[in-house]
Design a protein around this ligand. Structure first.
Ligand SMILES: CC(C)(COP(=O)(O)OP(=O)(O)OC[C@H]1O[C@@H](n2cnc3c(N)ncnc32)[C@H](O)[C@@H]1OP(=O)(O)O)[C@@H](O)C(=O)NCCC(=O)NCCS
Length: 212
């Protein structure tokens, strides 16, 4: 079972690429580490504890290998020096309120392990999602963020996301709330990836999950 890295040499090159079924184990390891690091203390501990690499690997294997027509789901993997360190998922908007407001695409993530943060991976993963959605014909995008995730919200603010007035998702039996951000125009986000080794291709539709 792969483990997410805790130390990455400073000069490692960043590459963001479209993920495939062969990446399920690597993304699962990054997913579990990044969620423990980001959400410990913010989400109910039972929820964090239930997030195991085995469970996530099965979920990612399904997402990456079983296309669902119409969802335009595309996952991206960020690597530093060839080591998987982050991921994101872009797809058709699943939330009716956001779709009705014109945010036809959805960002899920990005997530980077702590050791890899602050090195451009988050921005490059956003650019990859934006590119993928734009190529598939989407124009705008919404993203859900945990209300108490202050660093994540600052990151989104910095990328020009607008906090949407109204949409909220109360989850975990009322124990946490997600709020929605939106971007009306994907083009500036898609341009953020220039200069990063990002062999991003046209997305294939994949089966959407519900909790990445
Ligand atoms: C938030 C996160 C995705 C940012 O990714 P990253 O690789 O660390 O960020 P980048 O290096 O790509 O930074 C891009 C820009 O965002 C800014 N930024 C990143 N994190 C920030 C933060 N917490 N507060 C303010 N600005 C931030 C950077 O300064 C940079 O701005 P600049 O271009 O003006 O220099 C990453 O830290 C992470 O995975 N955090 C934990 C999980 C999480 O909260 N994900 C977001 C859920 S929506």
């Amino acid at each position: 079972m792969p483990k997410a890295p805790t130390r990455i040499p400073r000069r490692s090159a960043l590459v963001v690429r479209r993920a495939g079924p062969e990446d399920a184990a690597a993304i699962a390891a990054v997913h579990v580490t990044a969620w423990h690091e980001a959400y410990g203390g913010l989400l109910p501990s039972a929820m964090i504890d239930a997030l195991t690499v085995e469970v996530r690997q099965a979920w990612w294997a399904q997402v990456l290998s079983s296309p669902q027509p119409g969802a335009d789901e595309a996952a991206y993997l960020a690597e530093l020096g060839g080591t998987p360190v982050g991921f994101s998922l872009g797809n058709a908007q699943r939330a009716g309120a956001l779709a009705a407001a014109g945010f036809d695409g959805e960002f899920r993530g990005p997530y980077l392990v702590r050791a890899a943060q602050g090195r451009g991976g988050g921005r490059a993963l956003v650019a990859a999602m934006a590119n993928g959605l734009q190529q598939a014909g989407y124009r705008a995008v919404g993203a859900w963020v945990l209300r108490t995730n202050a660093p994540g919200r600052r990151f989104i603010d910095g990328l020009g996301g607008t906090l949407l007035d109204g949409p909220e998702a109360v989850r975990g039996h009322g124990r946490f709330t997600e709020i929605a951000y939106g971007w009306r125009n994907l083009a500036p986000l898609a341009a953020l990836g220039r200069g990063v080794g990002s062999p991003v291709s046209t997305p294939d539709p994949c089966r959407p999950g519900h909790d990445a």
